[in-house]
Design a protein around this ligand. Structure first.
Ligand SMILES: Nc1nc2c(c(=O)[nH]1)N[C@H]1C(S)=C(S)[C@@H](COP(=O)(O)OP(=O)(O)OC[C@H]3O[C@@H](n4cnc5c(=O)[nH]c(N)nc54)[C@H](O)[C@@H]3O)O[C@H]1N2
Ligand SMILES: Nc1nc2c(c(=O)[nH]1)N[C@H]1C(S)=C(S)[C@@H](COP(=O)(O)OP(=O)(O)OC[C@H]3O[C@@H](n4cnc5c(=O)[nH]c(N)nc54)[C@H](O)[C@@H]3O)O[C@H]1N2
Ligand code: SF4
Ligand code: SF4
Ligand code: SF4
Ligand SMILES: [Mo]
Length: 899
């Protein structure tokens, strides 16, 4: 510890603290301009100069460390003069046009000038940029050099927050000028349009183009949670006259001021889109056209039709899907409606097609199917990250940014992915495995770990069971055998196993490359097998970490939108649980487990399911084998869709109900870390859309179940009263915290950042012995190429939301297929050519992207785009335990295509 005195006040701080932070601890404010915590401390603006007794000249507080006995003054005439002089020098670089500047009202330079009484500058700067030259080819961002004060905060933000290093400094005379990558060739740059640089800029030099729509004093800010991926970034919606005009990052626990392009620029155009559904619609049976209806007409029809089908075919003929994009409270009411009114447990959510294998697999082996450790914990200070079938730079970009930074700081990285993803370039080892071979890979890793004597015997003995059985199985998976199955080099497998096992802190992070297979659950259990074998569970910086997909898919499972689970994974099969819910809901409940979402479609083709309520899902676009889904929807007697838009699925509905988006309601989302965070209402839109919870409550009452109207906060209170892992959670408490990670078992319980500490939720961890089984459809003579599917950075699933942002469409607007160079040459296909891709289930036309990104004999497609959606081709083969479809492997044929 170091003792010092600032402005006459004594303080003791840790060694290596800067003067700026020591002063902050005493609540003494030192002005700064180029400094930004964790982003930039180059000390060039000289605003933070302070006097230190005995020092010949002033020193910069932002990057000078404290020394024992220092006596510091942060204010004096000399200091003020120095700061005024510096501001005049800085102003010389800056074209003064404050009246018309977009940053007017939130410019840090002007604020400082005002504080120090500076309004003009006597200096003339030769190197001031050219007026009128604004670099603005990027759809979201623009740079005006004449306003740039060369503070380099943007450079630091791109490097240290985004981990992207897309902005560089260039020499301009005596100064370091900024080369912002937003000119004509911005598409060729590394920039991913995340806007973190613009957020760091203190002046109007580098700004979001949205800024032109408002001045800050005309707006209010609403703190909320991003509606796209489950990273759960926190940000403010900037609202002017009931319209969201911009987004500003917040220092949330998972994002720490970072955002990705979708959160920053793609999270509000869809809210105000003219394509929003505004009124209930009923399909006219004769014309097949939808006609506007009143809420009474629509709700009466929906309630009476479902009750009629129940009477005619029984309660098991009805089913409901919950929306993993909407808040916990909405999902809770949806499953309550299905259970109390449809009187069935045929309720599910799209985790079924996503991470159901994680929910099932980790529940079996560890006792809880959720991510074990927080994002910060597994990306901040760890020795090695093993990333399996996860492309976080595109799918969880703010996690990707934090992984990039970890690698910069020296964390080793093992990437296990059939493709060259962005992070494989940064990896120490990239195992470019054949798609569908995760179980063989994991068994091979464990074989090596045992052979090298790297297994954690103590952990295995005291905390787990089933090891012997597993040992027998992995014995067969020699590096030689695994290298043949997985198409990887033996020595790389051995090196990866040693690197992972020897690292002290080493999390496994995985995603759909593991789950979306007909052996997805076994793939997941193989991940927990590996972690248990080396004792890397229940510890900081370790664990088995599925990155959940949708903003609230964790919540959709937590809220009991599952055919065998009530909220909080309380088992329907457990008699006490069933009785508890019967008592609380005052209703005899159906004790039989329901169908999984992926079983509902075949069941409707067979005539077993007659009525379906789809809340915010678009399976025609997102489920495998589109023809099969359409056939299923056409087989139904009655389909209701509650959505924001006229989706492809809604077109098959009998009734469409317009719900409201995250920006128009209160509630909570649970992110991938199990962190329950608030969603807050920012705007009220014109139209007759209704809260999704009110739609369900209205329907419940019409179907004969007395359900009082509850606010979102009251619904959370009901959830807490019935769900032990949510017992301590309420909106009131969430409003005072950074969100709470369940289990949170009482009002005093702080929440649970790391799971399975000391003891697994299951008691002993269970080693699941899995043998490698091939994917259900492999390439053959007719369909010689293996096709994987997945996502790109700029679009989100169906594109229902991101597709409404013109800039995102400009950057990424149509479908493509990634092909290997050799395959393309053999087929006479060149990069950019149109190709026809067909499988046993359908065919589409798309554009070839030819490179070495995928291996020979393999290909990859996104499913976001209507012009060539991969799901016309994918295989609906299901995993045995979780019923997750095999999106990641099917066999296709590719031919060049001439229009
Ligand atoms: N930009 C964007 N972000 C999203 C979404 C989006 O649509 N767009 N969707 C969200 C949702 S719902 C989800 S679930 C997540 C998904 O996030 P991710 O799972 O990370 O995304 P994917 O692109 O589906 O697949 C990840 C990787 O798996 C690899 N892979 C394919 N087959 C195999 C295999 O057999 N073994 C291994 N080891 N790897 C394999 C692919 O090459 C790919 O790089 O993303 C969420 N975030
Ligand atoms: N080929 C292939 N297909 C895949 C995948 C793959 O990797 N490959 N991944 C799969 C995965 S992981 C997933 S999660 C699924 C996703 O499949 P979906 O859930 O069908 O896709 P989303 O785009 O997330 O659709 C959500 C819908 O919810 C609506 N919505 C959003 N918020 C609200 C709200 O508050 N209220 C109401 N009423 N509606 C709302 C949106 O308008 C949108 O239509 O796709 C799957 N499909
Ligand atoms: S938008 Fe993001 S990636 Fe592009 S320069 Fe700015 S911080 Fe870097
Ligand atoms: S663009 Fe903004 S943040 Fe970057 S150097 Fe110029 S003034 Fe500083
Ligand atoms: S990383 Fe995910 S949660 Fe964060 S801003 Fe991007 S889409 Fe939103
Ligand atoms: Mo997902």
């Amino acid at each position: 510890m170091v003792n010092l005195v600032i402005n006459g006040k004594s303080i003791q701080v840790e060694e290596n603290t800067t003067i700026l932070n020591a002063a902050k601890a005493l609540k003494i404010k030192i002005p700064t301009l180029c400094y930004l915590e964790g982003v930039n401390d180059i000390g060039s603006c000289r605003m933070c100069m302070v006097e230190v007794e005995g020092y010949p000249s002033l020193v910069a507080a932002c990057n000078t460390k404290v020394r024992e006995g220092m006596v510091i003054f942060t204010e004096s005439d000399e200091i003020s003069k120095s700061r005024q002089m510096m501001l005049k020098l800085i102003l010389a670089k800056h074209r003064i046009h404050c009246f018309s500047c977009e940053k007017n009202g939130s410019c840090e330079l002007i604020n400082l000038c005002r504080d120090y009484g500076v309004d003009t500058t006597p200096f003339e700067e030769e190197n001031k940029g050219k007026e009128g030259v604004i670099i603005d080819s990027n759809p979201f961002l623009q740079y005006d050099e004449t306003l740039c004060i060369h503070c380099q905060r943007c450079v630091g933000a791109c490097a240290n927050r985004a981990g992207r290093y897309a902005i560089v400094t260039v020499r301009n005379g005596r100064e370091n000028a900024i080369a912002a990558p937003f000119g004509k060739d911005w598409k060729e740059s590394l920039c991913e349009s995340c806007g973190n640089c613009a957020n760091a800029c203190p002046t109007g030099a580098l700004i979001s183009k949205n800024r032109s729509k408002y001045r800050i004093w005309q707006t209010k800010k609403v703190l909320t949670t991003c509606p796209h991926c489950a990273t759960g970034c926190q940000y403010y919606l900037i609202v002017k006259d009931n319209e969201i005009v911009d987004v500003e990052p917040f220092d949330g626990p998972s994002n720490h001021n970072r955002l990705c392009v979708k959160g920053r620029f793609g999270s509000f155009d869809f809210v105000h889109s003219s394509e929003r559904l505004k009124y209930p619609l009923i399909k006219n049976k004769e014309t097949g056209e939808f006609e506007r209806a009143s809420w009474d007409e629509a709700l009466d029809l929906v309630a009476s039709k479902f009750m009629e089908l129940k009477k005619k075919y029984g309660s098991e003929s009805l089913a409901g899907f919950a929306c993993s994009r909407s808040p916990n409270e909405d999902i809770y009411m949806l499953q309550k409606m299905v259970r109390t009114c449809f009187e069935t447990n045929n309720v599910d959510n799209c985790a079924r097609v996503c991470h159901s294998a994680s929910v099932a697999g980790l529940a079996m082996t560890l006792g809880s199917g959720a991510m074990t450790n927080p994002i910060y914990d597994i990306t901040n200070d760890v020795d090695c990250i093993m990333l399996v079938g996860s492309n976080p730079e595109e799918a969880h970009p703010v996690v990707g940014m934090q992984i990039r930074k970890a690698v910069d700081r020296g964390t080793r990285l093992i990437v296990v992915d059939p493709r060259d993803i962005g992070l494989s370039k940064k990896a120490d080892i990239h195992l470019k495995i054949k798609p569908g071979t995760n179980v063989a890979f994991a068994n091979g890793m464990m074989h090596v770990i045992i052979k090298e004597g790297l297994a954690d015997e103590e952990f295995i003995k005291t905390r787990t069971e089933g090891f012997e059985k597993l040992r027998e199985i992995v014995e067969e998976y020699t590096p030689q055998k695994v290298s043949q199955i997985c198409h990887i080099k033996e020595d790389m497998l051995i090196e990866a196993a040693k690197m992972y096992a020897k690292a002290k802190k080493a999390p496994i992070i995985y995603c759909l490359g593991v789950t979306e297979h007909s052996t997805g659950t076994e793939g997941v259990m193989s991940m927990s097998n590996m972690a248990m074998m080396v004792g890397k569970l229940g510890k900081e910086g370790c664990g088995v970490n599925p990155l959940r997909g949708q903003n609230n898919v964790q919540g959709a499972c937590d809220m009991g939108a599952l055919p065998g689970d009530f909220p909080g994974y309380q088992k329907l099969k457990n008699k006490e649980v069933l009785e508890k819910f019967e008592k609380a809901w005052n209703k005899k409940l159906n004790p039989n487990e329901g169908l999984h979402a992926t079983e509902v479609f075949p069941a409707s083709i067979e005539g077993k399911i007659k009525g379906l309520f789809i809340f915010g899902e678009d399976p025609v676009v997102t489920d495998p084998d589109t023809n099969h889904v359409i056939k299923a929807l056409e087989s139904l007697e009655f389909l209701v869709v509650d959505d924001l838009f006229m989706t492809e699925t809604a077109k098959y509905a009998d009734v469409i109900l317009p719900g409201v988006s995250y920006a128009e309601k209160e509630g909570t989302f649970s992110n991938t870390e199990r962190r329950v965070q608030r969603v807050r209402k920012a705007v009220t839109l014109e139209g007759e859309m209704r809260l999704d919870t009110d739609i369900f409550i209205d329907l419940m009452n019409r179907m004969g179940y007395e359900q009082p109207y509850l606010t979102s906060a009251e619904i959370m209170d009901e959830i807490a009263s019935l769900t032990p892992s949510f017992a301590g959670i309420s909106h009131e408490r969430l409003d005072k915290t950074e969100g709470i990670q369940w289990p949170c078992t009482s009002k005093e319980h702080p929440g649970t950042p790391i799971m399975h500490v000391g003891k697994f939720t299951r008691g002993l961890g269970w080693f699941y012995p899995a043998k490698y089984v091939e994917s259900s459809e492999l390439p053959d003579e007719d369909y010689p190429i293996l096709m994987m599917t997945g996502r790109v950075l700029y679009h989100y699933n169906t594109r229902a939301m991101t597709g409404k942002t013109p800039g995102l469409m400009e950057i990424s607007g149509s479908s493509f297929i990634e092909m290997n160079t050799q395959d393309a040459a053999e087929l006479g296909v060149k990069d950019g050519d149109k190709v026809k891709v067909s499988s046993r289930r359908g065919e589409i036309i798309t554009t070839a992207r030819v490179s070495e990104k995928v291996s020979k004999g393999e290909s990859w497609m996104p499913f976001h785009f209507p012009d060539g959606n991969a799901n016309w081709l994918t295989n609906a083969a299901l995993d045995e335990y979780a019923k997750i479809p095999e999106y990641k492997v099917c066999a296709v044929k590719i031919n060049s295509y001439k229009e």
